[in-house]
Design a protein around this ligand. Structure first.
Ligand code: ATP
Ligand code: MG
Length: 182
C-alpha cells in the first residue's frame, strides 16, 4: 500500500437550519482542533453577551481558542434598546475584524458565529461575506453558523449541514438548561 501524503486544505463549513446544534457543532470542532494545538478564533456576531458556560469553557482551551463578542445584543426584540444603526455599525466592524483575523496568519480555524443571522437582518451584505470567503487563505478553515444561510454562501461552501428540528424541549415549555443551552 503506498503511503500518500495527506492533503491539507482549508474548508468553508456552514452550520445552518432551524434545529439546535449549530453553535454547539462549531464549539465541538474547537475541542478537536485544540487537541492538535491548532489556533482557533471565534467571533460572535449579533449577541453581545456570550453565555457563561461556553465563555468559561473556552477559557479552559486557552491559548488555543480565543473568543470575541462583537454584537450589540439581540436585534429587534422587546428589550433591544439600541438603534438599528448601532447594530449595523457593530456588525460591519465585526466583519472588518473578521477579515483582519482571517488574514493575520495567526489562526488555523476562524468561526463566525451567527453571521448568517446578521446577513438576514441586513446588518451586513451577503456580497461582502461572499468576498471574504473568496479571499480566504488556502489553509484556513472558515466556519459560518446561523439559521437560513443565504444560497450564495451555500453555493461556495465545501461542507453544509442543516440542523433540522425534530423535537425541542421548548415546544413543551421546558426552558433552557445549564450546560445544554448555555
Ligand atoms: P446551540 O447554541 O445550542 O448550538 P444553535 O446555535 O443551533 O443552538 P441558535 O439559533 O444560535 O441555535 O439559538 C441559540 C439558543 O436558542 C440556544 O439556547 C438553543 O437551545 C435555543 N434554540 C436553538 N434551536 C432552538 C429551537 N429549534 N427551538 C427553541 N430553542 C432553540
Ligand atoms: Mg447559535
Amino acid at each position: 500500500m503506498s503511503e500518500e501524503k495527506q492533503e491539507t486544505r482549508g474548508l468553508v463549513i456552514v452550520y445552518t437550519g432551524h434545529g439546535k446544534g449549530k453553535t454547539t457543532a462549531a464549539l465541538g470542532m474547537c475541542i478537536r482542533a485544540a487537541g492538535y494545538k491548532k489556533k482557533i478564533k471565534i467571533i460572535q456576531f449579533i449577541k453581545g453577551t456570550w453565555k457563561y458556560g461556553e465563555m468559561d469553557g473556552i477559557k479552559l482551551l486557552e491559548p488555543y481558542v480565543e473568543m470575541e463578542q462583537r454584537g450589540k445584543g439581540f436585534v429587534g426584540i422587546v428589550d433591544d434598546k439600541e438603534d438599528i444603526s448601532t447594530h449595523i455599525r457593530a456588525a460591519e466592524e465585526a466583519l472588518q475584524y473578521s477579515r483582519e483575523a482571517m488574514n493575520s496568519g495567526q489562526y488555523d480555524h476562524l468561526i463566525l458565529d451567527e453571521i448568517n443571522v446578521a446577513i438576514n437582518l441586513k446588518l451586513i451584505k451577503v456580497e461582502d461575506v461572499v468576498q471574504l470567503i473568496q479571499e480566504k487563505p488556502e489553509q484556513l478553515h472558515l466556519i459560518l453558523t446561523g439559521r437560513d444561510a443565504p444560497q450564495e454562501i451555500i453555493d461556495i461552501a465545501d461542507l453544509v449541514t442543516e440542523m433540522r428540528e425534530i423535537k425541542h424541549p421548548f415546544q413543551k415549555g421546558i426552558l433552557a438548561q445549564q450546560g445544554v443551552d448555555y
